[in-house]
Design a protein around this ligand. Structure first.
Ligand code: UGA
Length: 478
């Protein structure tokens, strides 16, 4: 039965971001893929081909594989999927636990329990795709052994972290830089053979399929995200310093990125890193190290630096509402030398916010620096109008639960959001913000001040349009 990927049947527990993208992509190659979730509404809408996330290329693939009956969505009768499957993936969320920053593993263990109780005689491979603290795979295997009820059940637990990026997840799945599998037996063992077969269509270069221990695979996932966060925080620190000394961060980062030991990616300054992974994973990593009485001091400072950054960006934007195109060095605000913004000096001021998601090409607001900035401005008594191409009003209201009754105006386009604004701030690098009609925007705003926290615009061009333009790590342009 085994040996070719087209013979394999696999199931994903969790129709979230990772589970959905992986099951849709694997359905191109496998005999059958089940995507399972206890959220009945989500499964019903997936069966109606309604996708709960914005992800390029996903919809067509989902439709094709669902209609050709290679991809199935279930919210119950999981035993059917378990019986049919050679490989069961656990791809449920591991959110930050409230209060202590640890990863909440309750979903992982409840799926592990459900699987263990439903396993049928014969061999099944269990794959943990969720991002879990080091040591979890080992614990899950022991836990499942104790929960198995049926005789002659055989299973292995392996770790297979994912490295998908929102906005390019389908592309990343189909063409991975590397695939990491931890905890398989030696060459020829059932777990190893199955993972080699499953990934054979995607990993052409054998060197890119790495077999490691459980702990190494779990660590590789955290180390990868931690390194990306480190590069971003490093870049942001240099951007702020560049601003103080009149140097241009783009020139500096381009030059250092050309050194191939450094590499050119993740050297783009911004309002701080966000999203559902980088901040949560680094917090969880630092917390797990602390359990061993070990301080990861570099990463602790990355977390702290990122929090401080979001606050300073908000304060900077607020401060610019009171100054008429100041020529003084704006970098000082970012370093906290400027007088603190008080409720009175932005009370009643109007801010036009362009972009809310944590980055472009996603509709995700989780840990978005933009959300932080908007909340901060509202709490200082400002009027805030926002526009984001992918964010629906309902999800904004959900994310702004604490701010019911505040003067937050969610707009349908950039121009309505910027009407009468004292300051316009670009917080997400959506392509459409590059090509706005600046003359029209100029005639709509109350004061022509733009803060671009993504360095999306060309300073000289926007300056020519009559705006006072501020960006990160580049001299302001008036
Ligand atoms: C991240 C990793 O990039 C993926 O490899 C990983 O699989 C994923 O987390 C995960 O653990 O699931 P993602 O959360 O989609 O992916 O976001 P990124 O594209 O990495 O961006 C993270 C944040 O960094 C965003 O807020 C983005 O705006 C910011 N960023 C990124 C910068 O500020 N500058 C850069 O140069 C790059």
């Amino acid at each position: 039965k085994k040996g070719d990927v087209s013979d394999l049947c696999v199931s994903f527990f969790g129709a979230g971001y990772v589970g959905l993208v992986s099951s849709v992509c694997l359905a191109d190659f496998c005999r059958k893929v089940y995507c399972l979730d206890t959220d009945k509404e989500k499964i019903a809408s997936l069966r109606d081909l309604q996708i709960p996330i914005h992800e390029p290329l996903l919809e067509d693939k989902l439709r094709k594989n669902y209609e050709s009956k290679r991809l199935f969505f279930l919210s119950e009768n999981f035993e059917l999927a378990i019986r049919d499957s050679d490989i069961l993936f656990i791809a449920v969320g591991t959110p930050s636990r409230r209060g202590d920053g640890h990863a909440d593993l309750s979903y992982v263990f409840s799926v592990a329990e459900l699987i263990a109780e439903m396993l049928t005689p014969g061999y099944t491979l269990i794959v943990i795709k969720s991002t879990v603290p080091i040591g979890t795979c080992n614990k899950v295997q022991e836990f499942m052994k104790a929960k198995v009820k049926t005789p002659k059940v055989q299973f292995d637990v392996v770790s297979n972290p994912e490295f998908l990026r929102q906005g390019s997840a389908v592309e990343n799945f189909l063409h991975p830089d590397r695939v990491v599998v931890g905890g398989c037996g030696p060459v020829g063992s059932p777990s190893r053979k199955q993972m080699e077969t499953l990934y054979s269509p995607f990993v052409k270069d054998k060197e890119a399929l790495l077999f490691t221990s459980w702990e190494e695979a779990e660590m590789i996932k955290y180390a990868s995200n931690a390194f990306l966060a480190l590069k971003i925080q490093f870049t942001n620190e240099f951007a702020d310093f560049c601003q103080l000394v009149n140097a241009n961060i783009s020139v500096v980062m381009k030059a250092i990125g050309l050194d191939e030991r450094i590499g050119s990616h993740y050297l783009q300054p911004g309002p701080g890193f966000g999203g559902s992974c980088l901040p949560k994973d680094i917090r969880a990593l630092v917390r797990s190290a602390q359990e061993y009485s070990y301080s990861m001091r570099l990463l602790e400072s990355v977390i702290e630096g990122n929090e401080i950054r979001k606050r300073r960006i908000a304060q900077w934007i607020a401060t610019l509402a009171n100054e008429s195109c100041p020529k003084e060095d704006v970098g000082t605000f970012l370093h906290g030398h400027h007088t603190t913004v008080t409720t009175t000096n932005v009370y009643g001021k109007r801010f036009g916010i362009l972009g809310l998601t944590f980055k472009a090409n996603t509709d995700d607001l989780r840990e978005s620096p933009a959300i932080y900035v908007v909340q901060e401005l509202l709490s200082l008594g400002a009027h805030v109008s926002v526009y984001d191409p992918q964010v629906k009003i309902e999800s904004v209201i959900r994310n702004f639960d604490n701010f019911k009754g505040f003067p937050l105006n969610i707009c349908e386009d950039s121009y309505s959001a910027c009407k009468d604004a004292d300051v316009v701030a670009i917080l997400t690098e959506w392509e459409e913000f590059r090509n706005l009609d600046w003359d029209r925007l100029h005639s709509l705003v109350s004061r022509p001040v733009i803060v671009d926290t993504r360095n999306l615009l060309e300073p000289s061009l926007i300056g020519e349009k009559g705006f006072c333009y501020y960006s990160l790590g580049r001299p302001p342009s008036f």
